[in-house]
Design a protein around this ligand. Structure first.
Ligand code: HSE
Length: 427
């Protein structure tokens, strides 16, 4: 039976989950895949973590060099997170002829070109299923199952923290700050939530997924990004009345006008499959020309769901002779021939606060019309105790820059109306 040695760099939540799955299922893998996967080394400064997992301390390496020179190690699993020292460790492992499995989305998104070059040069595998959407098998689905399609779009809820926060805000009517504090107490959100709530995490994942889907490098710097910190309860409630649910969406589209890649909050129709993806769950909705619509749903984070993706990669690596690399020229930046579309089209929810004066509506309507923004629906809400009246417009499909222009013009009429919020609407 083939024996495959593994080293795990980092025994945090995901490293611990990976170790647990590998050891608990060792006999199954021997039986099912004819491969004996053995954890030969770990790299973890906190020896309490090593002991808690029941790992023999002799397996705790002093440094990456010790792992690179261990002939028993075939696959290095990097689950440390962050760019350095993870990048140096991964490159050292590849240059020592070890295959690498990583869950590090920031590292892979920013440096896939360097890592892949080292992997090809050293004839090693480089696997990264766990970088995107935890246990949901989206990367191999794109590489190994949908490869016969031209992928037209990929739309996902790919960040569990923000989905948890938006779901709770919608269900409980509680404001953002209060729900974020609860999410931090429960361990869903980090003490510093910036990467999740400002959309960086989703941007890194969308860069990886859309590069694979569209066969061209989509650098994260080319992705429009807007987080959820500006979302308020009033808009969630108005949206609900109109039949919409709020989500942080990652959207990649490949059409005649080029590639669109964006991460931002959006209203989806409450009967859209993505609307029912609640709490910390994730989902990815892929549309291919042949397959039509495919939706993958599941846990996007956590010890064992992410461990499941990592162990899947380890088994794939251990049981395949030829490695799989990206299906595009994996450069640092997009190729000059890749066309990006910034002035994308969407429907929009626009809430304005208007003073109750004659002619206000006509003025706003004329600005919309001049800027080429067509209105599909308009609702005037109760002013309550406020001196201004909330009026909500849902637009027809409109260009982003036209909406920006209209918003700027309305805001320039401070004496009659101000734009309180703009949220894109996905149909
Ligand atoms: N912080 C991420 C999320 C999990 O909330 O989805 C790891 O990617």
């Amino acid at each position: 039976m083939k024996k495959v040695g593994v080293a795990i760099l980092g025994l945090g939540v995901v490293g611990g989950g990976t170790y647990k799955i590998l050891t608990e299922h060792r006999e199954d893998y021997r039986h099912n895949y004819d491969v004996d996967i053995v954890v030969e080394n770990v790299l973890e400064k906190r020896l309490d973590r090593v002991r808690e997992l029941g790992i023999d301390e002799s397996k705790a390496a002093a440094n990456i060099a010790e792992i690179c020179s261990n002939p028993e190690v075939d696959i290095v699993v990097e689950v440390m997170g962050g760019v350095e020292p993870a990048k140096s460790f991964v490159l050292a492992a590849l240059n020592a002829g070890k295959s690498v499995v990583t869950s590090n989305k920031e590292l892979f998104c920013k440096y896939s070109h360097e890592l892949e070059k080292a992997a090809r040069h050293n004839r090693c595998g480089l696997f990264y299923e766990a970088t995107c959407v935890g246990g949901v098998p989206v990367i191999r689905t794109l590489l190994d199952n949908l490869q016969g399609n031209t992928i037209k779009s990929i739309i996902g809820i790919i960040n569990g923290t923000t989905n948890y926060i938006l779901t709770k805000m919608s269900q409980d009517g509680a404001p953002y700050e209060e729900v974020l504090a609860q999410a931090q107490e429960l361990g869903y959100a980090e003490a510093d939530p910036t990467a999740d709530v400002e959309g960086y995490d989703a941007t890194y994942k969308l860069s990886i997924l859309s590069s694979l889907a569209f066969h061209t490098k989509i650098p994260y710097t080319k992705i429009y990004r807007e987080g959820i910190t500006g979302i308020n309860i009033a808009d969630i409630e108005y949206g609900k009345k109109l039949g919409y649910t709020i989500k942080l969406l990652a959207i990649g589209k490949n059409g005649n006008n080029g590639i669109e890649a964006r991460v931002h909050p959006a209203f989806v129709r409450s009967d859209h499959p993505l609307a029912s993806v609640g709490g910390s769950y994730n989902a990815v909705y892929i549309t291919g020309d042949a397959v039509e619509d495919v939706m993958l749903y599941g846990r996007g984070a956590g010890a064992e769901p992410t461990g499941s993706a990592i162990v899947g990669d380890i088994i794939y690596c251990a049981t395949h002779v030829n490695f799989q690399y990206s299906t595009f020229k994996n450069t640092e930046d997009a190729l000059p021939t890749t066309k990006f579309r910034e002035n994308f089209e969407s429907c929009y929810y626009i809430r304005i606060n208007a003073f109750d004066k004659t002619g206000v509506l006509a003025k706003v309507a004329s600005i919309f019309s001049r800027c080429g923004v067509g209105v599909a629906q308009m609702v005037q809400e109760d002013a309550g105790k406020n001196s201004s009246v909330p009026i909500i417009f849902i637009t027809h499909k409109t260009k982003e820059f036209s909406v920006n222009k209209a918003v700027a013009e309305i805001n320039a009429t401070a004496e009659i109306a101000q734009v309180a919020s703009v949220i894109r609407v996905v149909d």
